[in-house]
Design a protein around this ligand. Structure first.
Ligand SMILES: Cc1ncc(COP(=O)(O)O)c(C=O)c1O
Length: 394
């Protein structure tokens, strides 16, 4: 490499080298100076630790780990999806960049043309793609915390400017404040409905009110299948600025395979097709998603089991005077811990191999979020809380 820095004549006069030569004589460039300025300030996304690593860290056998911190589906995926993955023989062939089979199957499932559907590597893929499509340096993106952490993360990565409009204390949207914050630079508004971590949905009138502002409105319906059924999908054909995100991660138990999709006006779908990575849905993901859509009876039964368990867990948590339990239309429940012992609860459960989410930030001070598991998981949590309450005199 250093040779290239010599003048063509080969004479000894060297151009000034900007980097340094280290002790072994290797050329070290100042790559830090080359990193995009907008990337430098980004704090790493707080990752969820996988079960094997939790088991190792806490000295618990991995089969004993109860992971209730990622809103995953503890019933797992459809048995048909597992079989389809085992039987598939074409893993050596690249996937279809136009995702024809999956978009056709989704078209039947959702009841909307395949031209309005684009699939990706989880709905996270489309959070990123929306921002790449619409946001230029210093354009503004509105997010309403407390909410899903990927909106601020991807906004920062894409060079947008994040405008946070806090939710009200009961986690409903502050529509007046959102409208007031909208200006010429606003490009995208993210709304999760049901919202993570609060579990509440955005009323339709509020979605309509925001659509009329003429900015790109992303309604993230990752948990819609666990809700009472409200959805913004039908509005896609009426509003050219609406994008609805859905995923197979939660209801279909395919979080590890990464399949999500965007429902949007045809024009936006065409842009997504142009800018997405050609193979953003791998063949395993495609095979499993297709098999899931062919096994709706089974998957609907696991959704029903989770909704029922949400009710049972919620009722039991409500009996604990030290908790304020928020109603949820998703596969998790948020609680405020009123005696300031949220961290103790989180750590105590962790020692027993039960992993929940703990929040201690200005908007969620002393909160916990518990993903809904199977009945036995509810029982273990409730017993552990009772033991703690007895020991602590709560
Ligand atoms: C609101 C919301 N949107 C999207 C996602 C990500 O979904 P996916 O696994 O499809 O990327 C999550 C995951 O927790 C979420 O809570």
């Amino acid at each position: 490499m250093l040779m290239l820095l010599l003048p063509k004549s080969g004479k000894s006069k060297r151009r000034k080298v900007k980097g340094k030569v280290n002790i072994s004589g290797d050329y070290m460039s100042n790559t830090e100076d080359l990193v995009s300025r907008h990337i430098k300030g980004i704090a790493p996304y707080e990752p969820i630790v996988p079960p094997e690593e939790l088991a190792r860290r806490f000295g618990i056998p991995s089969e004993k780990i109860i992971k209730l911190n990622g809103n995953e589906n503890l019933y797992g995926c459809s048995p048909r999806a597992k079989k389809a993955l085992a039987d598939y023989s074409q893993y050596h062939i690249y996937p279809d960049p136009e995702q024809r089979k999956l978009r056709e199957a989704l078209s039947k499932y959702i009841g909307i043309d395949m031209e309005n559907i684009m699939v990706g590597s989880g709905s996270d893929d489309y959070i990123d793609l929306v921002l790449r499509l619409f946001v230029e340096a210093d354009d503004e993106v509105i997010s309403c915390p407390p909410t899903f952490g990927m909106y601020p993360f991807s906004t920062a990565v894409c060079g947008g400017r994040l405008v946070e409009i806090n939710r009200h204390e009961d986690f409903t949207l502050d529509i007046a404040a959102i409208k007031q914050a909208i200006n010429k630079r606003t490009k995208v508004i993210f709304l999760a409905s049901p919202n993570n971590p609060s579990g509440n949905t955005a009323p339709r009138e509020e979605i309509l009110e925001l659509l009329k502002e003429g900015k790109i409105l992303v309604v993230d319906e990752a948990y819609q299948e666990f809700s009472s059924g409200a959805s913004a999908i039908d509005l896609i054909l009426r509003y050219d600025n609406l994008i609805v995100l859905r995923t197979f991660s939660k209801w279909a138990g395919l979080a590890g395979l990464r399949v999500g999709y965007a429902l949007c006006p045809v024009r936006i779908a065409q842009y997504f097709m142009r800018i997405k990575q050609p193979y953003n849905v791998n063949v395993a993901a495609e095979v499993a998603a297709l098999a899931s859509l062919a096994d709706l009876t089974y998957l609907k039964s696991t959704i029903a089991a989770i909704i029922q368990e949400r009710g049972r867990l919620s009722d039991k948590l409500k009996k604990k005077s030290f908790l304020k339990v928020y109603p949820s239309e998703a596969n998790f429940i948020l609680c405020a811990v009123l005696n300031g012992k949220a961290k103790d609860i989180y750590q105590n459960l962790q020692r027993k191999g039960i992993f929940i989410r703990y929040y201690n930030n200005p908007l969620l001070k002393d909160y916990i979020r518990i993903s809904i598991g199977k009945p036995e998981h509810t029982d273990v949590i409730i017993t552990a809380l009772e033991e703690m309450a007895n020991a602590g005199g709560w």
